[in-house]
Design a protein around this ligand. Structure first.
Ligand code: DC
Length: 229
């Protein structure tokens, strides 16, 4: 049977391993991986650097007209990296300064329309794994496989803390915990496309799963889709 490429969406709370799984799946299946959160982070970085008043509608519209987002492959490690107006911002968008503001900016209707339009265009050819908060509900409501990821809160805090600590040893566990709680609250309570599980999404709780185990589980769900694998 010829392989039919599908769209896989992965939504869920902050720091529960969405991108790890999305990358694993993309590699296994030969699909494109798109980190939609990186787009909101890059927009946030632009607003911060340019002192955009994001509470002012006209300023937001004007700023968005000056933002060009692209994903480019890093040929050394094969990963896909975020470029903002031609500059590689993959590293700097992971900073806590960006993380502190990104949920506020991602809640703005015009910002979401700007990002969602580009995300939908990226999925036109299928064969894509995209992770985020509204991918199964808004960006690709007809996706063939939708996952909703979750994990124990403290496990998520520890995972994100270890990631951030490598870049900045001054970061504290409390700062990370507060940031995760703050983002989860805003992401799930905003008016436009709040984080929620799509009705047809499969819940994946990876609190006690190793990356290898979660990949095996996800691949078993992919193999249930007609024509895939
Ligand atoms: O996945 P992440 O932590 O890098 O995402 C950063 C922020 O972007 C997150 O707090 C919420 C927002 N986001 C969103 O609103 N919708 C998406 N599809 C992806 C991310």
């Amino acid at each position: 049977m010829a392989n039919k490429k599908i769209i896989i969406t992965i939504d869920g709370w902050s720091s529960c391993g969405k991108s790890t799984l999305a990358k694993q799946l993309a590699r296994e299946l030969g699909y494109v991986y798109i980190d939609s959160g990186a787009m909101y982070r890059a927009i946030t970085l632009y607003f911060l650097r340019n002192h955009t008043n994001w509470n002012n509608h006209d300023d937001v519209i004007d700023a968005l007209q000056h933002i060009k987002l692209e994903f480019q492959a890093n040929h050394k490690n094969g990963s896909s990296e975020m470029y903002l107006n031609g500059e590689n911002v993959e590293y700097v968008i992971r900073d806590l300064v960006v993380a502190e503001k990104v949920s506020e900016i991602a809640a703005i209707k015009e910002v979401r329309e700007f990002a969602v339009k580009q995300q939908q265009a990226m999925g036109a050819g299928k064969g894509i794994v995209m992770d985020g908060r509204d991918i199964g509900t808004v960006v690709f409501p007809n996706a063939e496989l939708k996952l909703f990821m979750t994990a124990d809160n403290e496990v998520r805090v520890k995972r994100r803390y270890h990631e951030l600590y490598e870049k900045n040893p001054n970061v504290t566990m409390d700062e990370v915990r507060q940031n995760l709680e703050h983002r989860d609250y805003i992401d799930s309570h905003r008016e436009v496309s709040p984080l929620r599980k799509a009705e047809d999404a499969i819940v994946l709780d990876n609190t006690t799963l190793t990356p290898k185990e979660q990949l095996a589980l996800a691949l078993s769900w992919v193999s249930e889709k007609p024509g895939e694998l």
